[in-house]
Design a protein around this ligand. Sequence first.
Ligand code: HEC
Ligand code: HEC
Ligand code: HEC
Ligand code: HEC
Ligand code: HEC
Ligand code: HEC
Ligand code: HEC
Ligand code: HEC
Ligand code: HEC
Ligand code: HEC
Ligand code: HEC
Length: 412
Amino acid sequence: MKYNHFYIVKIAIVLLLSCVSVFAATAETAKEADKAVVEKQEVVLTELEKFYGTELKSEKKVVHPPYEWGDCTVCHTDAKGEGDLIMDPPELCVMCHEAQDTKKFIHGPVAAGACTACHNPHESDNAKLLIASSINELCVSCHQAKDEFLHKTTNIHPPVKDQCTNCHDPHTEDHEFQLKADGKKDLCVMCHVDKEVWTKEVTDKHGALDRPRKCLECHDPHGSENPKFLIKDTNKELCLTCHSEKLVTDETGYKLQDIGKHLDKNPDWHGPILWGDCAACHNPHGSNNLRMLKKPFPRTFYEKFDEDNYICFQCHEKEKIQEEFTKDMTNFRNGEHNMHFVHVNKEKGRSCRACHDFHGTKEYPHHLRKKTKFGKINFPIRFIETENGGSCAPACHARRHYDRVEPKVNLK
Ligand code: HEC
Ligand code: HEC
Ligand code: HEC
Ligand code: HEC
Ligand code: HEC
Ligand code: HEC
Ligand code: HEC
Ligand code: HEC
Ligand code: HEC
Ligand code: HEC
Ligand code: HEC
C-alpha cells in the first residue's frame, strides 16, 4: 500500500491548525471565566458593602462565619439574600452543624425547625448568635408564666436566676423537660452532692424520697414563696400531707403514728410545731438518729443519762436534768430536789418520753402525756397539778407528790 504524501501533509496542516484554534478558543474561555468571577465578586462586594461598608467588618460582636465569609449563596439562592433559602432550617443548619433533635425529648421550637426563633443566622451582639441579650430573657420571651414567676417570687433558686440552661438543654435531651438529668433527684444531686451522700448513707432514710417525685415531693425546682423553695407554706403543712395517715416503715413494718390526727386531737402543740417547724427536730432528708431526728434521742424507755443523747437540749437547759438540787432550773422539784434529775439522770434513766409527748397533748399541762408506753403496755400516768407542784400515779404505783414550797414525803 502506497501513501499519498500530499494527503499526509494536508492532514498535518489541518491538525496543526485545529490545535492552534483549540488553544485560541481555550484561552478565550479562560478569559471569559475570569471575567465572570470578577463580576460575581463585584456583586457580592456591593451587597456586603451595603451591610458593612467597604471594610467588610460587622458592627456586631458575634458574626456567623458563613455570613462573614461573604458568600451569601451558602444559604440563599441569590447573592443578595433576597431570594429563597437554598433549604429551610433545620436542614440548612444541619449542613454544617449537628442535628439538634436527636434525643428523646425535643424542645417545641426545635421540633418545629424554628432555629431562627432563637438564633440570628447572620450576626448578633449576644453569645451563640442569640436574639436576646441573656438566656433567661430568651426563655421567658416565650415562657410568659416563668417571666411573671421571676419577677414576683421572693425565693428563687439561684441557678434559675442565673440561667435556665444550668438545668435545661435548649434543644434536646434524654430527660423529660429537656433536663440534663432526671429532674426528680439526679439533677438535684449533681449540684447538691452532699444530699446524695447524705440520703444514701444514713441509717434512718426517709420514705418520702421513695415516693414518685422524690425531691420534688417537697421542693419546687424553680423556687417558691416559701423558705427553702418548699411547695407548702411551712414544713409542718408539708409533712402532714403525707403524715396524716399511719405510714409503714420499710425496715420493720412498724406503723407510724398518724401525726395529723394526733395534732387534731391534741391541740396543745409543742413550741416548734406551733410555729410550723417539724424540721426543728427532724431532718427531712434522713439521719443517723432515731426517727430521723437531727440530734440523738434515746431509743428505749430506760437509758443511761448522757447529755449528748438528748436533742431536747438544743432548746431547753440541760441543767434541768443535771443539777440534783435547784431553786429555779425546773418546776419539777420537791422543794429543791430536782425530780427531773431523779427520774432521768442515772444509769437506768427514764427518757423524756416516759412523761412528755413531743408533738402535742391535751389532758395535762407541760406536754405531759396521758399514757406512756412501757414494753407492750400503754399505762396512764394520772397527773394532777397543784398550785406549787403535782402528783402522778402511773400504772399500779401509789400516787407520788412533789411540792416546790412544802416538800412532800412519799412512801417507798
Ligand atoms: C448560614 C446561612 C445564611 C447565610 C450565610 C446568610 N443568610 Fe441571610 N438568612 C438566613 C436565614 C435562615 C434567613 C431567614 C431568617 C428568618 O427566618 O428570620 C435569612 C434572611 C435574610 C434576609 C431577609 C431579612 C432578614 O434579615 O431576615 C436577608 C436580606 C438576608 N438574609 C441577606 C443575607 C446576605 C446579604 C447574606 C450574605 C452576606 C446572607 N444573608 C447570608 C441564612 C443565611
Ligand atoms: C456553611 C456552614 C454553616 C451553616 C449552613 C450554618 N452554620 Fe452555624 N456555624 C458555622 C461555623 C463554621 C461556625 C463556627 C464554628 C462553630 O462554632 O462550630 C458556626 C457557629 C454557629 C453558632 C455558634 C456561634 C458562637 O457564638 O459560638 C451557632 C449558634 C450557629 N452556628 C447556628 C447556626 C444556625 C441556627 C444555622 C442555620 C440557620 C447555621 N448555624 C448554619 C457554619 C455554618
Ligand atoms: C429555644 C431557643 C433555641 C432554639 C429554638 C435553638 N437554639 Fe441553638 N442554642 C440556644 C441556646 C440558648 C444556646 C446556647 C447554649 C449554651 O450556651 O449553653 C444554643 C446554642 C447553639 C449552638 C452552639 C452550640 C455550642 O456548643 O456552642 C448551635 C450550633 C445551635 N444552638 C444550633 C441550633 C440549631 C441548628 C437549631 C435548630 C435546629 C437551634 N440551635 C435552635 C437556643 C436555641
Ligand atoms: C420561641 C419560643 C420559645 C423559646 C424562646 C423558648 N421556648 Fe421553651 N417551649 C416553647 C414551646 C412552643 C414549647 C412546647 C410547649 C408545649 O409542648 O406545651 C416549649 C416547651 C418547653 C419546655 C417543656 C414544657 C412542658 O410542659 O413540656 C421547657 C422545659 C422549656 N420549653 C424550657 C425552655 C427554656 C429553658 C428556654 C430557654 C433556653 C426556652 N424554653 C425558650 C417555646 C419556646
Ligand atoms: C435547678 C434546675 C432548673 C433550672 C435552673 C430551671 N429549671 Fe425549669 N425545670 C426544672 C425541673 C426539675 C423541672 C421539672 C418539674 C416537674 O417535674 O414538675 C422543670 C420544668 C420546667 C418547665 C415545665 C413545667 C413548668 O414548671 O411549667 C418549664 C416551662 C421550665 N422548667 C422552664 C424553665 C425556665 C424558663 C427556666 C429559667 C428561668 C428554668 N426552667 C430553669 C429544673 C430547672
Ligand atoms: C446547677 C446546680 C444546681 C442544681 C442542678 C440544683 N441546685 Fe439547688 N442550689 C444551687 C445553688 C448554687 C444554691 C444556693 C447555694 C446554696 O444554698 O447551697 C441552691 C440552693 C438550693 C436550696 C436552698 C438552700 C438554702 O439553704 O437556702 C434548695 C432547697 C435547693 N437548692 C434544692 C434543689 C433541688 C430540690 C434541686 C433539684 C430539683 C436542685 N436544688 C438543683 C444549685 C443547684
Ligand atoms: C419530705 C420533704 C423533703 C424532701 C423529699 C426533700 N427535702 Fe430538701 N428540705 C426539706 C425541708 C423541710 C427543708 C428545710 C430544712 C430545715 O429547715 O432544716 C429542706 C432543705 C433542703 C436544702 C437546704 C438546707 C440543707 O439541708 O442543706 C437543700 C439543699 C435540699 N433540701 C435539697 C433537697 C434535695 C436535693 C432533695 C432530694 C434528694 C430533697 N431536698 C428532698 C424537705 C424535703
Ligand atoms: C411525700 C410524703 C412524705 C412527706 C411530705 C413527709 N414524709 Fe415522713 N415519711 C414518709 C413515708 C412514706 C415514711 C415511712 C417510711 C420510712 O420509715 O421512712 C415516712 C417516715 C417518717 C418518719 C419515721 C422514719 C423512721 O422510719 O424512723 C419520720 C420521723 C418522718 N417521716 C418525718 C417527716 C417530717 C418531719 C416531714 C416533713 C419535713 C415528713 N416526714 C414529710 C413520707 C413522707
Ligand atoms: C421538739 C422536737 C420534735 C418536733 C418539733 C417534731 N417531732 Fe416528731 N418526733 C420527735 C421525737 C423525739 C420523736 C421520737 C418519739 C419516740 O420515739 O417516742 C418523734 C417521732 C416522730 C414520728 C414517729 C412516730 C412514731 O410512731 O414512732 C413521726 C412520724 C414524726 N415524729 C413526725 C413529726 C412531724 C410531722 C412533725 C411536725 C408536725 C414533728 N414530728 C415534729 C420530736 C419532734
Ligand atoms: C427547737 C426547739 C425545741 C426543742 C428541740 C425542744 N423543745 Fe420543748 N419547747 C420548745 C418551746 C419553744 C417551748 C415553749 C412552748 C410550749 O409550751 O410548747 C417548749 C416547751 C416544752 C415543754 C413544756 C413546758 C411547759 O412548761 O409547758 C416540755 C415538757 C418540752 N418542751 C419538752 C421537750 C422535750 C422532751 C424535748 C426533746 C424531745 C424538747 N422539748 C425539745 C422548744 C423546743
Ligand atoms: C418522770 C416524768 C418526767 C420525765 C422523765 C421528764 N419530765 Fe419534764 N416534766 C415533768 C413534769 C411533771 C413537769 C411539770 C413540772 C411542773 O411545772 O410542775 C415537767 C416539766 C418539764 C419542762 C417545763 C419546764 C420545767 O422544767 O419545769 C420541760 C422543758 C421539761 N419537763 C423537759 C423535759 C426533758 C427535756 C426531759 C428529758 C430529758 C424530761 N422533761 C423528762 C415530768 C417529767
